[in-house]
Write a protein that binds this ligand. Structure first.
Ligand code: HEC
Ligand SMILES: [Cu+2]
Length: 340
């Protein structure tokens, strides 16, 4: 398998495919695998590609040989060569060879497919469980063992198996982090699951992969892989919640938030559960999953979310709140960090 991975990088065909598909932008590529599942899937892809190339080469060689060798020659215009239809030997040969090739392809594919969907967790297994809920158009992440909830950024420890249980609050979504694992549907009223792990620390882009409405294409999220120690610290800090705002403006913002936003958004354990939990908003990678994380974008979001994400289920506050109030809100939200 190692050798294939090396040729994966060298294979010019893959480079062309990458260029043509526009993959690889924003790290959304299955061809740069960063975890066990993604690597094994990339190996399978390469393996089937190699078999297909082998078949193509054999067919092209035979075809070229045949058209040169059996070309109509001058003076032989009426010559009919020996006909070989119904040749039992040939018929058997080109039936058995594909069967053998398909078996060679099927054995690793089927065994890996089962291994990748095996999310059974035995008691005492050192795995991280995450319940993921898809919403139009954002992702909710709940860690039942750590008893914490967050949104948009899924934080995981490197080197550990993460079992993801998926469902949806509204329509069908699909959870997909190309660098780490294959995708799976998130269905309302049902639970699906997969597992993934990340070798290296870093931020991996994920996205919804099932057309779910007008902002489906903007339904991004991040998987942030941190060291196991950092993860432990993070889950402890998340439980403690963000530190209280210190500046006058942020304090004012907290009040405005309580009056206008907490019916939907929670900070810590207080607040509504129908919108992203904002306890660690300042630590997030993006705003609403895809916008650059700065105050300018945050203010634009609060003023009119629907302009940034059409169909987002958050009302516009342009006419409700003054610029001053929105500035204070932005200062408050940017104070929501669980980092000590
Ligand atoms: C009716 C419910 C509702 C109210 C009230 C509401 N929001 Fe939201 N908010 C949402 C929903 C739903 C989303 C997710 C939208 C999406 O990404 O599709 C959201 C997203 C956000 C985000 C982006 C979160 C992230 O993780 O990137 C911020 C920031 C935010 N809201 C701030 C506010 C502020 C500030 C207020 C009050 C002025 C407010 N919201 C009031 C429903 C609400
Ligand atoms: Cu979706």
């Amino acid at each position: 398998m190692k050798k294939w991975r090396l040729s994966l990088r060298l294979f010019p065909l893959f480079a062309i495919a990458l260029l043509l598909s526009g993959c690889g932008k924003e790290g959304l590529s299955t061809l740069i695998p960063m975890g066990t599942v993604a690597k094994e899937q990339a190996d399978l892809m390469l393996f089937s590609l190699l078999i297909m190339v082998l078949v193509m080469v054999v067919v092209i060689v035979l075809f070229t040989y045949a058209i040169i060798k059996f070309r109509k020659k001058r003076g032989q215009e009426d010559f009919i060569p020996k006909q070989v239809e119904g040749n039992a030997k040939l018929e058997l040969l080109w039936t058995i060879i594909p069967i053998i090739l398909l078996i060679i392809l099927a054995v690793p594919t089927i065994s890996k497919t089962f291994a990748h969907s095996d999310t059974h967790v035995a008691k005492g297994d050192d795995v991280i469980k995450v319940k993921v809920t898809g919403h139009q158009y954002w992702w909710e992440f709940e860690y039942p063992d750590q008893k914490i909830k967050t949104a948009q950024d899924l934080v995981i420890p490197t080197g550990k198996k993460v079992v993801v249980e998926l469902t949806s609050k509204d329509v069908i979504h699909a959870f997909w982090v190309p660098a780490l694992a294959g995708k799976i549907d998130a269905n309302p009223g049902q639970t699906t699951s997969l597992w993934l792990d990340a070798d290296k620390e870093g931020t991996y882009k994920g996205r919804c992969a099932e057309l779910c409405g007008s902002s489906h294409a903007l339904m991004y999220f991040n998987v942030k892989a941190v060291s196991p120690d950092e993860f432990k610290q993070w889950s402890k800090d998340m439980k403690d919640g963000p530190s209280a705002p210190t500046t006058a403006s942020a304090k004012k913002g907290e009040q405005i938030f309580k009056n206008n936003c907490m019916s939907c958004h929670a900070v810590g354990e207080k607040g509504g559960q129908t919108a992203p939990n904002l306890s660690n908003f300042a630590d997030r990678e993006n705003i609403a999953g895809f916008k650059e994380h700065n105050k300018k974008n945050l203010k634009a979001w609060i003023k009119n979310p629907g302009k940034i994400k059409p169909g987002a289920e958050m009302p516009s506050f342009e006419d409700e709140l003054s610029d001053d109030q929105i500035n204070a809100l932005a200062d408050y939200l940017f104070s929501l960090s669980v980092k000590k």
